[in-house]
Ligand binder design. Sequence first.
Ligand code: AMP
Ligand code: ZN
Length: 461
Amino acid sequence: MTIKLYNTLGREKQVFEPQDPDRVTLYVCGPTVYNYAHIGNARPAVVFDVLFRLLRHVYGAEHVVYARNITDVEDKIIARSIQDGTPIPEITRKYADIYNSDLAGLNVLAPTIEPWATQNIDGMVALTKQLVDKGYAYTAPSGVFFDVAKMADYGKLSGRNIEDNEAGARVAVSEEKRNPADFALWKFAKEGEPEDAIWDSPWGRGRPGWHIECSAMAAAHLGETIDIHAGGIDLQFPHHENEIAQSECAHGTPMARYWMHNGFLDMDGEKMSKSLGNVKLIHDLLADWPGEVLRMALLSGHYRAPLDWTRDLLEQAKTTLGRVYGALRRVWAAEGGTANDTAVLDALRDDLNTPIALAELARLASEANQAADAKDETRMATARANLLAAGELLGLLQLTPAEWEQGGSEDDKARIDALVQARVDARQAKNWAEADRIRNELAEEGIEIMDGPQGSTWRRV
Ligand code: AMP
Ligand code: ZN
């Protein structure tokens, strides 16, 4: 069964051929953990989670190794630590936990390996040493730099040449560099920087540069040549270009065979980003919307195209998903069927075409409704199995239809539970007016209370 992926290296869709089908390797650049992540940051996590699910389906779950790192040492983290007077590990632990629980709320599977930069410093020093020894790096007053002029094909991923580097550079060009595109492999510690961001090295005390972190962690955990390396389009240059430069000059082999990049999540036509301040935090969105609605919204566009994040997009996703769950509810009791429809899988095998996959999911829902209308138990069982198999690949339909109907966010559920309890209390106190008032208030939101022998429950109607 073939998978086709658009490879940034080569700029075309290619048939994916892993080096070893028993050990397919995927590396996705993870977050820098010093504050809450926004829904734009969730886009690569969700898109490449679909890829992870697809690879597991095709090669077998135990044959796919997925690493997504945590960058837990970086200028912004250090600044935050100094500003708040909080030790770095306290900051990074807290925000890494929030990141992972936010992603779990979007049904993102945990990666196989989650390497933390500070636990891989030795590998970063060793890689830097290899580059220094081979003549690809030089020492300057502020640190050790990679000398891009030494690499003949520097720029091959992004198609940029050495001259037009400044636009994407994270660090300001300094005079100590031989070439403006040179980048830090090792940064010497500065006065006043916290001890928990300083390590020894042959060149002086300091910390690794951001790019070398990924080169070292990918090699240590997945191998010198990996199958797929992925991240947001903004990482293509300079981050991924520099990862390639480091890894390939040190190891003499390609760093990754397929490079994949997701487009931006925009708001009002502009990239959602912390620096522009136009962000919606995953955490806040999860308080207002079911996680699967957010996930479906993220998957409603093709991963390489920009996607505009609007209320309309969310409403639409909620309606569509509600219809699918409605169909699933009608065939829910028909267990034991075998999935036989491959349209969702086929769409994903074609460079993760999630818009088509979601259209096919809607078609499977219609088939479930038709089977239920016809009261055809066999077709109902097949429709149920098809919906669940498609849901597994997409990371949707992970709730039971009953759970979906309870629906909403955790906060919302807690609020409704509290109102239902308040009504129970009012009835016990024979305060019928108050009990009716609460019932009416919930009815206006489309919530029906059902009084039974076990107490009161509720559902959305
Ligand atoms: P950062 O924490 O900025 O390094 O971002 C973490 C990941 O999120 C990277 O893969 C970025 O490319 C990606 N990313 C950040 N902002 C957006 C956005 N607005 N749309 C899509 N991906 C983004
Ligand atoms: Zn990286």
